[in-house]
Design a protein around this ligand. Structure first.
Ligand code: TXA
Ligand code: MG
Length: 346
């Protein structure tokens, strides 16, 4: 049985006890909801993989509320850690470092590194402080489906599979954290997210960006640096087609395709404030304002689920500019589309 609770001090204490006793707790963060368990307890962590149906070779992020917790979790603290933590923690940045021997192999999926972040959400921080342990937590969705940004998404995916769900309202950022590997010589972005590559460059100077960010999915035997990139991700039940390129041509191509598809399918169009009146058929929903791409990030996963709820068969999505948080948005759009992309114009 899953207990669904609110965010009062007493309720957070109940959730913290559940974590200390080896149970599973879904909690809100500023990015997406996380499905947490004691990171140092192998059998507790196993419950996360089971509830999500997650492949065992995909490592988990460990959440902390205090910088001092790092000392026991990592074997080498890179010089860049302090600059990054000072600027971006608490916040949507996961830092990959060499792990210490107390981090069970199940957490790191057998890698020699561990990803750590301090979430910027009062409920998450309060829960972590009361629990007093590092908490391993992936996004609280069934493996492969869109990450949950509201409690009802979590309830749809996880009710009956976890011990506690904390309903903490909507997640502000709406996309997962940036994963930055600082275990090697040159820091490398493995997954774009809430903290942009430009923001990281302003602190560290040159950084690398993993080539799989917009790349093709790999076969299952491949060994990319961030194992998560080889799995199908963020997929609603509907088919997704992404339209990228010149915006006028994108609109025109979506209209052409929507009219054709509407003959035998229910069509959804993920538009923006600037373009929502440009379509002549289909269920048109605006994801946000192109001049403020954070609004699009905040709504993206929610809209994938909304289209499914409305019985849409195929979702046609307008691509966005890859600058700033646009890199993370396009990464999620490309993967939700399973690389089903129509390039419009040059
Ligand atoms: O915002 C977030 O990061 C959310 C919230 C709950 O904190 N968590 C999250 O976790 O998105 P998850 O498990 O859905 O995604 C973690 C990603 C995966 O792509 C995984 O492969 C990568 O981070 N990752 C974790 N540990 C890693 C490591 N040691 N080396 C390389 N990649 C790692
Ligand atoms: Mg995830």
């Amino acid at each position: 049985m899953t207990r669904i609770i609110g965010t009062s001090e007493d309720e957070i204490k109940i959730a913290a006890e559940t974590l200390k006793n080896g149970g599973t707790v879904v909690f809100p963060t500023e990015t997406v909801y996380g499905l947490g368990a004691n990171a140092l307890d192998e059998s507790a962590v196993r419950k996360i993989f089971k509830a999500k149906g997650r492949p065992s070779d995909n490592p988990l992020i460990v959440h902390i509320s205090d910088l001092n917790q790092l000392n026991e979790l990592v074997s080498i603290i890179p010089e860049s850690l302090h600059m990054l933590a000072e600027k971006f923690w608490p916040g949507p940045l996961t830092l990959v470092m060499k792990k210490s021997s107390i981090v069970p192999d199940i957490v790191s999926a057998g890698l020699s590194t561990v990803g750590i972040r301090m979430p910027d959400h009062p409920v998450a921080l309060n829960l972590l402080r009361h629990a007093g342990i590092p908490v391993a937590a992936p996004s609280a969705n069934i493996s492969g489906s869109p990450s949950p940004t509201q409690a009802d998404h979590v309830i749809a995916d996880m009710n009956g599979k976890v011990d506690v769900i904390i309903d903490g309202g909507d997640c502000r950022v709406g996309l997962e954290s940036t994963v930055l590997d600082i275990s090697g010589e040159v820091p490398e972005v493995l997954r774009p997210g809430g903290i942009t590559a430009e923001q990281i460059k302003s602190v560290l100077g040159e950084i690398k960006i993993d080539k799989f960010i917009y790349g093709k999915p790999l076969d299952r035997s491949a060994k990319p640096k961030s194992p998560g990139v080889k799995y199908k991700h963020y997929s609603p039940k509907a088919e997704v087609i992404l339209f990228d390129g010149d915006l006028d041509m994108v609109i025109s191509e979506i209209n052409t395709q929507a009219n054709k598809l509407a003959e035998h399918k229910k069509v959804g169009i993920m538009a923006t404030e600037q373009t929502k009146n440009s379509y002549s058929c289909g269920l048109v929903i605006s994801s946000g304002d192109r001049n403020h791409p954070k609004t699009i990030a905040a709504n993206f996963f929610k809209l994938l689920r909304n289209f499914d709820e409305q019985g849409v068969d195929v979702i046609l999505i307008e691509g966005v500019d890859k600058q700033g948080v646009g890199m993370a948005i396009m990464n999620r759009m490309i993967r939700a589309a399973g690389h089903n992309i129509i390039q419009c114009g040059s």
